[in-house]
Write a protein that binds this ligand. Sequence first.
Ligand code: GDP
Length: 427
Amino acid sequence: MGVTAVVGANWGDEGKGKITDYLASSADYVVRFQGGSNAGHTILNEWGKFALHLLPSGIFYQHVQNVIGPGVAVNLQGLVQELDNLARKRVPAPRLLIADRAQIVLPVHVLLDAAEEERLGFEQFGSTRSGIAPFYADKALKLGIQVADLANKPHLLTRIQQNLVLKNVLLQHVYNLPPIDAEELTNDLWNHARIIAPYVSDVSLVLQQALQRKSRIVLEGQLGALRDPDHGIYPFTTSSPTLAGFASVGAGTPAHTITRIIAVTKAYSTCVGAGPFVTELPPEQAQVLRERGGDAGEYGATTGRPRRIGWFDCVATKYGAAIQGATEVALTNLDVLSYLNEIPIATAYQIDGQNITHFPNTRALTRAVPVLEVMPGWRSDITQARRYSELPQKARQYVERLETLIDMPIRLISVGPHREQILYKGS
Ligand code: GDP
């Protein structure tokens, strides 16, 4: 049994948390491999509703070893809050390991992220202001603080002092903000580090051993293919690779071990933040779908920002699933469309009078208008369906049309936010 990667085919918020939670029931390990607390995975279970930001989505299962991999941006304060929240809701103590090679999001990263978005004004990228871009910039500059650096206070202070030299110049002279005191920051990190210390481990070694034992490993991606810095809608992307191809790097599992790649997509499109979004609906139409979407409307799990809403985009999803190297697709939120008489889907883009079916670069994308095909709606509640054959014929017709247009088998179909609201579609 190989490794499974669960990744997004679109702009993020596709419902990866729900799919990972479902797969975790028969997994030994669930591993986060990139990103930080800038996005949230929503999970509903017997303990309540959770928006997991850093914790892997297997955290609710006692048989699952959850791992925060070296590629993740660890916000210590956020992580401690998430662990506290689990304890408050009486979730059994989680089995968690944090990579000693993962790096720490510093408060100064968060400060700089927000200050830069302010400076950009109307040109801003729609950052969640969680410090992710400055964090990954520091990693590339080799100024980052690894979890392992937290074990020795004098060493940590030296690394922090190095890190702050240029940032304090920027804070004071570009953004008009007070400088950060290295000792204060070190003390703060030191205190938080004591809380996470019991979880820290060489997870690469742990996963190598797990692979030798043929353990079942699920790698959990954050955001989606179109937010990948190399293959997405740059510069409206995130700052770490969101592709399954990177999962082996960010987790520490060799590339050839990943044999199943599930690209998750919603039955319609949603997008938080800025950037071209070809099938976007006008505000009034969007609002109707937004209120019905997800488990409590389409609002960002991290920021609460209303998600932009559009029809299913076959061009973007075919590209997203292909660039993920998907072996199958999971379609979520199909139940949300049950109120519609007719459901448009974008089968192509028109750019400068020409129809195309490949996903173009960001510059061209800003000129694209969707070519729509209209599918009949099924107009009945599908949330109780547990087999594909129990779906109304028109719902199956919708799924199968998408399958043809994105050229990828849809295997899992989610018909509600709860764990059991899922069905498997054979070939
Ligand atoms: P993720 O970051 O990819 O895990 O996605 P989010 O958690 O940010 O957003 C997905 C939203 O859809 C959440 O509100 C989920 O509870 C919800 N959800 C997932 N699958 C379904 C589904 O099949 N139907 C409905 N109605 N909601 C779903």
